[in-house]
Design a binder for this molecule. Structure first.
Ligand code: IPE
Ligand code: IPE
Ligand code: MG
Length: 237
């Protein structure tokens, strides 16, 4: 009999390679992002087959991505609005809960509002939690936590001696979300690009050359199979 796979409870994905996907087809980079949004939708929809996966975090826009051209940034923001509009019914039908990680307050008004509305509308859903990393930077998250801790210490509400790893983690953007078990990066780049620096301390890493718009359920299954064979030691033996 086949052994049952050990499944990750939280999968985090660096959705990279939209630009290269478009370039290979002599299309505009924005066409790659559009196809990337479709891939995201298909993947989320297919997750009902894997109820063991409770959380997925998708890196959609980094604090560094503002360096891209005005046209590309604005296309990405419009796409976010379109994605939320088009897929809210899917979130409701599949009982998906939407969360954000990052500094959503730094997004333009329209996507910021749509995001807040969609988060509110899905807040009581009990299925997969989909976390969109938007205007997200791992260093910003750690700096923001440090700032809030410092404020409390300065006002006398918090004893600096009480600051330890567990307390610090309570000041991250989504303290209730468990750390990712599996981190996937598409398009072959072997770097973290400022993603979830604190949370991925002991995540298993899987990198595939597949470009994000081509990433599908079968690719995810390959990543989960690889995860299932790993021996997670957490520093022990
Ligand atoms: C990932 O694709 C999407 C975002 C960063 C928003 P890229 O746009 O980085 O694609 P490549 O890396 O240029 O192929
Ligand atoms: C990481 O991809 C950010 C997202 C996927 C949103 P990038 O394409 O921005 O990362 P670098 O520039 O290759 O490190
Ligand atoms: Mg890239």
């Amino acid at each position: 009999m086949e052994n049952k796979l050990v499944m990750p409870r939280h999968i985090a994905i660096i959705m990279d390679g939209n630009g290269r996907w478009a370039q290979k087809r002599s299309l505009n980079r924005c066409e790659g992002h559009r196809e990337g949004a479709e891939a995201l939708k298909r993947l989320i929809e297919g997750m009902k087959e894997f109820p063991e996966v409770e959380y997925m975090t998708f890196y959609a826009f980094s604090t560094e991505n503002w360096k891209r051209s005005k046209e590309e940034v604005s296309a990405l923001m419009s796409l976010l609005v379109e994605f939320l509009d088009a897929n809210l019914p899917l979130f409701q039908k599949n009982d998906l809960r939407l969360l954000v990680t990052g500094r959503p307050e730094g997004l333009p008004e329209e996507p910021r509002k749509k995001l807040a509305d969609a988060i509110g509308a899905t807040s009581n859903n009990k299925g997969l939690t989909v976390i969109m990393a938007l205007n997200y930077g791992g260093r910003s998250e750690i700096a923001d936590a440090a700032k809030n801790i410092a404020r409390k210490a300065a006002s006398g509400e918090l004893d600096p001696e009480k600051v330890d790893e567990a307390l610090f983690a309570q000041y991250l953007y989504n303290p209730q979300v468990p750390d990712p078990d599996l981190l996937i990066r598409t398009s072959g780049e072997l770097r973290l690009s400022n993603f979830l620096l604190w949370e991925i301390s002991y995540s298993e890493i899987y990198v595939t050359d597949t470009l994000w718009p081509d990433f599908d359920k079968n690719e995810l299954l390959k990543a989960m199979e690889s995860f299932g064979k790993r021996s997670r030691r957490f520093g022990g033996r």
